[in-house]
Every structure is written in C-alpha cells, then in structure tokens.
Write a protein that binds this ligand. Structure first.
Ligand code: ACO
Length: 432
C-alpha cells in the first residue's frame, strides 16, 4: 500500500512543537515549506551548496536524478532528441508548449529579424585582447547589447517578452561567432537569413569572405542536438544565478550575462573544455587512463575525473546516453578516428567498474562526450563552454520569465556568522 505523505512536518525544539506545511509537486516531489521558520522559531536552516534546498516552484523542467529522467515541460528528453530541433525546443521551454506551424514560423522569423548586432557593437570587440576567453567576451557583450534596447528596462508584457527573448537567443549566437572570429584575427562573417539557427552559427564561425563554409548536414544535426540537450536543467548553478539576478528585477540581458559567468566555471559548463584538456593530457602522457583514474581517486592530487559526477543524477545522465550515441554516429559518418574517444571509452569503462565511482554514484555527465563531437565539427576548445551557453539560453529565458510573471521576494539567503565577536576600532597608531 502506498504511504500517504503528511500535509505538515513537525519540528520539536526546546520542548515546543512547530508545524510546517509540506508542498507537493506534479511528480509527487515533496518539500517542507520553511518560509515561516525564522518568524516562528528564530532559527534558519543551513544547507551546504543548497543540496537540500528548493529555491522556487517551477513548471519548466523535471529531473528525477535517481531514475535518470529529464523532461522539458513534461516531454522526455529522449523523445525531443529523436524528433525535435533546438529552435522548436526553445519555443517549448520558453512558451510552455510545442509550437504550431504558424507559431514556429513566427518564432523563426523573429530569430532571423534579430540576428544582426548594432554596427556600433563591432567596435566593442576590438577592445578585447586576443588572449581573452570567449566566455568573458560573451558575458560582456550580452550586457553591452542591452544598452541598445532601453525598452528592456521598462517593458514587461507577453508580446514584447517574446521579442526580447528572440533577440537574446538570436544575438547570442552572433556574438559568440564574432568573438571567435576576432580572437583569431579573422574578418567578421554576417549571418545569412536563409540559414537555420545552428547552420547559421557554423556559417558565421567558419565561412570566409571568399568562400562559404561547407555545411555538412550530420555536423549541423550533431551541434543542434548539443544545443537541444543543454537547453534547460532546472536549478543548476547558472540558472539559479539568473533567477537570483532576476529577483532584483534586473533586465533579461543583465540576468543572462550573469548566467554566462556562473556557467564558465570548470565544475559547471567549463567542464566540457576541462574534459577535452584532461583527455589530451592523458593522451600526451602515454597513459591509457589508468594513472589518471588513480589520481582522480586521490583527494590530495587535486584532480577529478572531469565529465563524471553530477549533483542531481545518481544514475546515468540521460543526456550522456544520447550524446554518446550521437558521438559514435558522427565520427563514423565523417570517417574520423579520434584517439581521445578511445581514451574516453576506456576511462568510462574503467570508472564504471571501480568501487570508488560506483559507491559515490559517479556516472558520465553530458560533458563527457559533447567535447569530442565539437572537436570533430572543428569547434575550438575555448568555444566549448560558449556553445553550452548558447544552448542553455532558452532555459535561462524561461526561468527569467517565470520570475517576472510571478514575482518572488528578492533572493536573499541568510548566513551563520562565524567571524570575530564584538571588538572595537583601534586607531592606526596603536595597532601592532
Ligand atoms: N572525480 C572524482 N571524484 C569525484 C568526482 C569526480 N568527477 N565528482 C565527485 N567526486 C567525489 C567527491 O570527491 C566526493 O567524495 P567524498 O564523498 O569521498 O568526499 C563525492 O564524490 C561527492 O562529490 P561532491 O563534490 O560532494 O558532489 P557535488 O554534488 O558537490 O558535485 C560535481 C557535483 C561538481 C558535478 C562533481 O561531481 C564534479 O566536480 N565533477 C567533475 C566536473 C564536471 O564534470 N562538472 C560538470 C557537471 S554537469 C554540468 O554542469 C553540465
């Protein structure tokens, strides 16, 4: 018989009993609502890395980490990966439903209309040194783009939101490609209105003024799949950052720029670059991966098996399954044999039978194979996390929209202070 969850939780403290309501989600997820805890008891909760804290109620993405389930707006990621496209999924995530023919046409038209940057923005790119990481450029330029749309600061409304969302989604791809071209000293290539979203990105990255890049359908499809698989992932570090910034009522572009910064770190989106660097290092040292696995298990080595482990998935990351197959297919179709893929497969097999990884439920995550696909397409290492950021944009936009449509209190966590107790100011002449 199924146990019914109580509607309240009771907290015993200093001989008194407090009652806290239980909230239930669509998929029977339960949370103790502690919003009144401090008022009632004077206490707060402390939760390292927010691992047990629900920061919001959201209707966008469902994850069951124990069972390896990921759904966007209720639809399994496997069905979307097999049948949909990044732009259609972006509409699904942002608007909450799969678009009709007409809605998809309108959304695609909006993306095309907004693909160019204001010409003045070209000069901003000149100011960055060639050594600048494209994630730094991306976050700066998304913020800079907001300067050209003052209405961002004043307008809310559903219809204008769609324009702002399409602007951001479209321009981020142009900014990313321009950043890459500038970093290589290459002339900027403008988008082509007749190309679809992902193909246009590859065109802006790799075409030359005298010759268009040859778009290989399998490469376009693989990159579109990478975008789609990254499109949202509930309250991860960067999305929670976007919501945090949005809670102060900052504009969409400013909130997304903050998301880019959070994504950059190697424990988050930066992991896809770190995975390839790790595989290359293993290859260059002549190791088959065994030595690296031993180091990753040793806490003093400072090494981790990058692309392994996840805060939420304690079973195989469903995106990793899809991307591993896509990786095998792409390499076979393009007739590429990549020694780094062999090392990745060896690492995966070794880790999956190693008690250290098994006991800690550490499985490959989406980043483990995405880098090999990007390498096969010719995307340079420093652009890997940028590709992730382009893909994650629909999720950030949808989360921003949720915050704006049901404005929450400003995000403002508390702390347990562990610094000095009261002490008094000492004039500089008396200090030792
Ligand atoms: N290699 C070796 N050991 C690991 C790894 C790893 N990749 N990941 C976790 N562990 C160990 C930890 O050392 C810890 O061991 P302990 O219990 O003996 O102290 C245990 O597994 C639990 O790890 P936590 O760090 O507490 O897990 P957390 O949920 O905080 O971190 C994270 C998750 C950041 C993804 C972590 O697994 C990691 O660093 N992985 C490598 C980086 C990576 O691939 N990031 C991409 C994440 S997916 C994404 O952002 C798209």
């Amino acid at each position: 018989m199924e146990l019914r969850m109580s509607t309240t939780a009771e907290l015993m403290l200093n001989g008194r009993k407090w009652s806290l309501p239980i909230v239930e989600g669509t998929e029977k997820e339960h949370a103790i609502n502690i919003s009144s805890l401090r008022d009632q008891t004077g206490l707060i909760t402390l939760d390292d890395g927010y691992a047990n804290t629900g920061s919001c109620q959201s209707a966008i993405t469902f994850i069951d980490g124990e069972q390896g389930i990921l759904r966007y707006r209720g639809i399994p990621i496997e069905e979307l990966a097999a049948n949909s496209s990044f732009v259609e999924v972006a509409h699904l995530i942002i608007m909450g439903h799969l678009p009709t023919h007409e809605e998809l046409r309108q959304f695609s038209d909006l993306l095309t209309e907004n693909e160019l940057l204001n010409e003045a923005m070209k000069y901003h790119f000149e100011g960055f040194p060639t050594t600048a990481h494209p994630m730094a450029i991306l976050s700066s330029m998304i913020n800079a783009a907001s300067c050209f749309y003052p209405e961002l600061l004043h307008e809310g409304g559903r219809s204008t939101f769609m324009v702002q969302a399409a602007r951001l989604l479209s321009k981020v791809r142009t900014i990313a490609a321009f950043a890459y071209r500038k970093s290589r000293g290459l002339p900027i290539i403008y988008p082509k209105p007749d190309l679809k979203y992902t193909a246009n990105f590859l065109h802006m990255m790799f075409s030359q003024p005298y010759q268009d890049y040859e778009l290989k359908p399998e490469a376009v499809k693989a990159l579109d799949l990478i975008f789609l698989l990254h499109a949202d992932h509930e309250q991860n570090c960067s999305t929670a950052t976007v919501r945090m910034v949005a809670s102060s009522r900052a504009n969409l572009f400013a909130s997304a720029a903050a998301g880019v910064c959070a994504l950059w770190g190697p424990l988050h989106g930066g992991a896809n670059q770190a995975v390839l660097e790790m595989l290359q290092q293993i290859h260059d040292s002549g190791d088959d991966g065994s030595k690296f696995i031993a180091a990753a298990k040793d806490k003093n080595s400072g090494k981790r098996l990058m692309g392994f482990g996840h805060r939420v998935y304690k079973n195989y990351d469903p995106r990793a399954k899809i991307i591993k197959k896509a990786c095998d297919d792409l390499l076979a179709r393009l007739h590429i044999s990549d020694p780094l893929l062999d090392i990745a497969k060896h690492l995966e097999a070794a880790a999956l039978r190693d008690p250290y990884f098994v006991e800690r439920k550490l499985y490959p995550n989406v980043d483990f194979y995405s880098g090999i696909i990007m390498r096969a397409i010719g995307i340079p290492l420093e652009m890997f996390t940028v590709v992730f950021a382009i893909g994650r944009m629909p999720g950030w936009i949808a989360n921003y929209k949720e915050v704006m449509e049901a404005p929450t209190r400003i995000y403002r966590p508390r702390q347990v202070y562990t610094g000095a107790a009261l002490r008094h100011y000492v004039p500089i002449k008396d200090r030792r």
